[in-house]
Design a protein around this ligand. Structure first.
Ligand code: GAL
Length: 420
């Protein structure tokens, strides 16, 4: 599309945001000032490109699995990766859909070999990545790996793929890699919109379908150009294991809700559930927002040693089903009043996922109005509580009110049964 296409994207963002609370206008101003918009036609923003997808047939629903970074940082080795694969199977997590086992930064030697190939770190991955992939595949799982659109990765302990894209994509394919997370550190100063598509093309030529995860931290609004380039795109900088970090990433990610779709998802970063920095209720909020936002559900804890609470949260089939629903529409924060928020989005079968979040310090009642959710006001609605695993006895007309603890949530599927 030409420059008109860029303008359509701007208008769409404006239209969405005018419905939202005032604070978002700051965002809007930042966006309007962004070079992405000014030069929208150059990087292919427009109606035509917004609807097209990376044609690798992957990510029809958000990816699910595990990634080493949040818990282990650089302290990884092949034993941890294999034991994690074992644990995903023995705990039943793989059957629920958690199938990607993703190695993050720090898996390679600092120097390439004499042919320019990446070399797995001899002290920590002595058997090599191919053998690890074979192991992970033998368990019915998939193996992910990590590189960087720069000269070195963020840890600076291994090379990035800039200038070696085709060679590295071929290496990954020959090892049997199924997922590539591609970071943005130590680059040459050119835009991500230039550097990332080079790897996209390399992966498409590699002979293997590899999920491509753009880890560009949201700097150049990858939601606007990422669908042609990758299967998911980070919309935020790194999460940490605190309530404030988690909810702020949820908010930043929500801004781009209209731009997620089957094949390409907004990514507010990996889950911290089970890492110990939040209360059980806060982790339930974290998991619920990620699920309703159609975010990748990539566990970031040590799945070999989980508490009962952690298992209970991440194995909630009803919440996972919201995330994996075939309609693939990311929920929005449809209303917020002070610390009380209502998130909602449509599901298949004329159903609606609704999340009531209390971000305040005191217990409070929160009301979801049909009008805000997009249900005709007179509809009679059945409600299923996804954390209590109960269909409520009452049927609701017009709205639903619940009392919600501080830093906690209630999550429902609403199903209109008729109009009164
Ligand atoms: C960051 C990235 C993290 C992790 C880390 C590794 O840039 O956002 O998720 O991959 O690098 O060094």
């Amino acid at each position: 599309m030409g420059s008109g296409g860029g303008r359509v994207a701007v208008e769409e963002v404006v239209r969405v945001r005018v419905r939202m609370v005032g604070g978002w206008y700051c965002w809007l101003l930042v966006l309007l000032a962004s070079p992405t918009f000014t030069f929208g036609n150059r990087i292919g923003i427009g109606i035509g490109s917004r609807r097209s997808l990376l044609p690798n047939g992957l990510a029809l629903t958000p990816p699910m699995g595990w990634n080493s970074w949040n818990h282990f940082n650089c302290k990884i080795d092949e034993k941890i990766i294999k034991e994690t694969a074992d644990a995903l199977v023995s705990t039943g997590l793989s059957k629920l859909g958690y199938t990607y086992v993703n190695i993050d930064d720090c898996w390679a030697e600092i120097a390439r070999d004499d042919k320019g190939n990446l070399v797995p770190k001899k002290t920590t991955f002595p058997s090599g990545i191919k053998s690890l992939a074979d192991y992970v595949h033998s368990k019915g799982l998939k193996l992910g790996i990590y590189s960087d659109a720069g000269y070195f990765t963020c840890s600076k302990t291994m090379p990035g793929s800039l200038g070696h894209e085709e060679q590295d994509a071929k290496t990954f394919a020959s090892w049997g890699i199924d997922y590539l997370k591609y970071d943005n550190c130590n680059n040459d100063g050119t835009k991500p919109t230039v550097r990332y598509p080079i790897m996209t093309r390399a992966l498409m030529k590699s002979g293997r379908d590899i999920f491509f995860s753009l880890c560009e931290w949201g700097d150049m609004h990858p939601a606007l150009w990422g669908a042609k380039v990758g299967n998911s795109w980070r919309t935020t900088n790194d999460i940490s294991d605190t309530w404030e970090s988690m909810v702020s990433r949820a908010d930043m990610n929500e801004f781009y809700a209209d731009l997620a779709r089957p094949g390409g998802w907004n990514d507010p970063d990996m889950l911290e559930v089970g890492n110990g920095g939040m209360t059980k209720d806060e982790y339930i909020v974290h998991f619920s927002i990620w699920a309703i936002s159609k975010a990748p559900l990539l566990l970031g804890c040590d799945v070999r040693n989980m508490t009962k609470e952690t298992v209970e949260i991440i194995t909630n089939k009803e919440v996972i089903a919201v995330n994996q629903d075939g309609l693939g529409v990311q929920a929005k924060k449809v209303r917020s009043e002070g610390d009380q928020e209502i998130w909602a989005g449509p599901l298949t079968g004329y159903r609606f996922a609704v999340l009531l979040v209390n971000r305040g310090p005191l217990r409070n009642s929160i009301t979801a109005e049909w009008d805000d959710i997009g249900i005709p006001p007179k509809s009679i609605v059945k409600a299923r509580d996804l954390w209590e695993h109960k269909t409520l006895n009452t049927q609701f007309v017009g709205n639903l009110t619940a009392s919600v603890d501080s830093h906690a949530c209630k999550m429902y599927i609403l199903k209109p049964v008729s109009s009164s």
